[in-house]
Design a protein around this ligand. Structure first.
Ligand SMILES: NC(=O)c1ccc[n+]([C@@H]2O[C@H](COP(=O)([O-])OP(=O)(O)OC[C@H]3O[C@@H](n4cnc5c(N)ncnc54)[C@H](O)[C@@H]3O)[C@@H](O)[C@H]2O)c1
Ligand SMILES: O=P(O)(O)OC[C@H](O)CO
Length: 329
């Protein structure tokens, strides 16, 4: 199988950065964007000033808001916010070609992982997941990055990897689709927790503890969803958790910092143009954890905060008074 022409669905920061990867060496790449001003800017000035400001894009990227322009692609990279993926795929003429899901989240209403949503909407398309520690602006400027590409079909996975792998975009292959997806979804919620700790001035020790205990929650959840521990300990799990929990380049971490500093959550969520996926993943993740009896106290705490059920001070008291269990639990 050979994949040459790629189309990217979603003209946010990550879709634009991935189009830049796909267009390396002047290879024609289509970018579908929802907003006409994004389409116009990418085509006229080779920039996306709305979502990826200040980065010059390869002129081989051609933007469109018309799905019919994507018909000649060999594969689609799907990079919408997780909660819009079903609707966007439904609007498209479902392609009988590989779909590479690059979004991070769990569908709120159905509780489904995104590869399950894609299989439902496009049953004849092979599905892969691309995830890992990847700030869009770094990838778009060519800084070294490594990602997990998960695909059950080895031939399809190899073909996608051959097409997107670059010296500075190292692509590690696995067949563990669920494991790769869970890491990316759960780390966003934990990044909010780490941001809150930062905003509240709780110190570096607290952040390391949150990352480690949060990782234990990620593993419990991932294994229950059919993922493997080694995937969760890899780029798409631990790697992305460490990145996102350590930097204000992360929208999730920054949201947490603002909450930790006492800003109003409704104000922070209202009218935001960029997506903080953790705020949408927290409710469904917590619901599934409760239904399946998976212990995820940090995820529950983030949700309680986001939904205004507790104040940070009370939450800290509750978390710190929990009797510490055995570390491997
Ligand atoms: N930004 C990153 O560094 C990065 C890296 C890896 C993965 N991701 C993931 O990629 C996905 C997209 O994030 P992003 O950072 O590219 O987005 P963004 O925050 O830069 O932009 C928001 C996106 O949402 C889209 N959007 C808004 N309303 C919509 C609607 N009703 N229907 C469809 N689309 C709508 C906009 O068109 C835009 O593409 C997320 O799941 C995110 O977790 C982002
Ligand atoms: O800005 P965030 O928090 O959505 O994180 C971006 C990427 O997922 C980091 O890998």
């Amino acid at each position: 199988m050979t994949i040459e022409k790629l189309a990217v669905i979603g003209g946010g920061a990550w879709g634009t950065a991935l189009a830049q990867v796909a267009a390396q060496g002047g290879r024609e790449t289509m970018l579908w964007a929802l907003e006409d001003d994004v389409v116009t800017a990418v085509n006229r000035i080779h920039e996306n000033p709305i979502y990826l400001k200040g980065i010059k894009l390869d002129p081989a990227i051609r933007a469109t808001s018309n799905f019919s322009d994507l018909a000649s692609a060999d594969a689609w990279l799907v990079v919408t916010p997780a909660q819009h993926m079903r609707a966007v795929l439904k609007r498209s003429p479902c392609p009988n070609m590989p779909l590479v899901l690059c979004s991070k989240g769990i569908e709120e209403g159905s509780g489904k992982l995104l590869h399950e949503v894609a299989h439902e909407v496009c049953p004849t398309s092979p599905v892969a997941v691309l995830s890992g520690p990847t700030f869009a602006h770094e990838v778009a400027t060519g800084l070294p990055t490594a990602v997990t590409l998960a695909c059950e079909d080895k031939e399809v996975g190899d073909a996608i990897r051959r097409r997107i792998n670059l010296p500075a975009f190292r692509t590690y292959l696995t067949d563990d689709v669920a494991g790769a997806e869970v890491g990316g979804a759960v780390k966003n919620v934990l990044a909010i927790a780490c941001g809150v700790a930062e905003g509240r001035g709780l110190g570096q020790n607290a952040r390391a503890a949150l990352i480690a205990r949060g990782f234990a929650e990620m593993i419990r959840f991932g294994v229950a969803m059919g993922g493997r521990r080694e995937t969760l300990a890899g780029l798409s799990g631990l790697g992305d958790l460490v990145l996102t929990c350590s930097s204000t380049s992360s929208r999730n971490f920054s949201l947490g910092v603002a909450i930790g500093q006492g800003q109003n959550i409704a104000d922070l969520m209202r009218d935001r143009r960029t997506v903080a996926e953790g705020a949408h993943t927290a409710p469904v993740l917590n619901r599934i954890a409760i239904e399946r009896g998976i212990d995820m106290p940090l995820v529950g705490a983030v949700l309680d905060l986001l939904e205004g059920r507790v104040k940070i001070g009370e939450l800290l008291e509750t978390l710190l008074s929990r009797p510490p269990g055995d570390e491997e639990d």
